[in-house]
Design a protein around this ligand. Structure first.
Ligand SMILES: *Cc1c(COP(=O)(O)O)cnc(C)c1O
Length: 387
């Protein structure tokens, strides 16, 4: 056999992954093997995955346009529903133009591969998502990683007019925000382009849910490439790249995972369009989410666990003292919670750096105050029995 398919090493390190058999999942609940759990592992921050507006839109679009896009966008797959979605998305976010992708992973790969040559430099925050890190590794550009949110270190690495700086709005495993005032100042000073991956900020942060830049008071035109996904707070799936018309026209020609891939199914585009409309008026859901975050943080501060500095729906918890970042102990804790009916992800390397395994607790507007109180209680009991 020309390939080494052995997983024994990962198994021995407690790092082997297995697909959980989920029967059905929503922002709040999860069903598996005839048991019901409270779901604290998803990204449905506003509870949109079950919103009647989205379901109705998908249903109507399936009847009107069919369930498939029939072709890639440059052939005949780019239809009225896609144009409508692009137009409203661009208006919402204050962008000149946007284009749709099937996934955030492919959007990130497409942009970095289409723009950067071996003459360019690519600067990435060390904690950027795997899709960005991998795109950088596959690209012929020289990649430099700077310590998480360390603007002084980035400033030292930067060369004028040499390439692209990429960071995230809200970091997916830590829940803290990128320093967008700092990043945009450095981009200005050095004449380098700036790209934001706002997968976890879109819909949740900023005025009308416009995302991290709006939250931090950074004008959209300070950032040359905007990326966001529809699979997190917007409750569907898919992604977009936004920026100048010039950039989008270029990507229509050079983004290979766009050109050579079937376009988004019309029911999906219609559901995303409904989500874009709903997100702009979802202040109540955003307030509800904030209240749950505050409640969780206040309670978790009393636990013998390490709570990271995050004011978003992503609330990582590391074990305390000598067990900080321990893979097996983190897994044990998440199993203990599961036995009590709480589904919480144990995030281990290589998703996070070695020695920083954690519970990644995600909160949603769909959770009730009672749900959070029950989670805190279960954490307290599980930690006690683990110690
Ligand atoms: C989820 C995520 C992606 C990938 O998006 P998909 O649409 O799920 O492929 C990219 N970047 C970040 C920061 C993410 O959290």
């Amino acid at each position: 056999m020309p390939f080494n398919l052995c997983l024994a090493e990962r198994e021995a390190l407690g790092l082997r992954r297995r697909l959980p058999a989920i029967d059905k999942v929503t922002g709040r609940q999860l069903f598996s093997a005839d048991k019901c759990y409270l779901n604290f592992a998803g990204n449905d921050y506003l509870g949109f995955s079950l919103a009647p507006e989205l379901i109705k839109a998908a249903d109507a679009a399936a009847r009107e346009f069919g369930v498939g896009a029939v072709a890639s966008p440059l052939v005949v797959g780019y239809q009225a529903i896609h144009r409508q979605l692009e137009s409203e998305l661009a208006d919402w976010l204050g962008l000149e133009a946007v284009m749709l992708f099937s996934s955030g992973f492919s959007a990130n790969q497409a942009v970095i591969k289409a723009l950067l040559t071996k003459e360019h430099l690519l600067w990435q925050d060390r904690l950027n998502h795997a899709s960005l890190q991998e795109a950088g590794m596959l690209s012929p550009a020289r990649m430099r990683r700077f310590a998480h949110n360390d603007m002084a270190q980035l400033a030292k690495q930067l060369k004028p007019k040499a390439g692209l700086i990429v960071s995230e709005g809200v970091f997916s495993m830590d829940g803290d925000q990128g320093d967008w005032q700092g990043l945009s100042a450095l981009s200005d000073q050095t004449n380098n382009w700036l790209m934001i991956d706002d997968a976890h900020g879109l819909g949740v942060l900023g005025k009308q849910g416009r995302g991290t830049l709006s939250e931090q008071g950074v004008a959209a035109d300070k950032v040359h490439i905007h990326m966001g996904t529809f699979g997190k707070a917007l409750g569907v799936s898919g992604a977009f790249i936004g920026g100048s018309q010039l950039l989008i026209d270029y990507l229509h020609n050079h983004a290979r995972s766009y050109v050579y891939s079937t376009h988004l199914p019309p029911p999906q585009a219609a559901a995303i369009l409904a989500a874009v409309r709903l997100a702009q008026t979802a202040d109540e859901q955003r307030e509800q989410l904030q209240a749950r975050i505050q409640q969780f943080r206040a309670g978790a501060a009393n636990l013998p666990l390490q709570l990271l500095l995050s004011n978003t729906a992503i609330q990582p918890l590391l074990l305390g003292k000598e067990l900080v970042g321990d893979e097996q102990a983190t897994l044990n804790l998440s199993n203990r919670l599961r036995e009590q009916g709480f589904w919480v992800g144990a995030i281990r390397p290589p998703t996070v750096p070695k020695g920083s395994s954690r519970l990644r607790i995600t909160l949603s507007a769909a959770h009730s105050q009672t749900d959070i109180a029950a989670l805190l209680q279960a954490l307290q009991e599980s930690v006690r029995s683990e110690a």
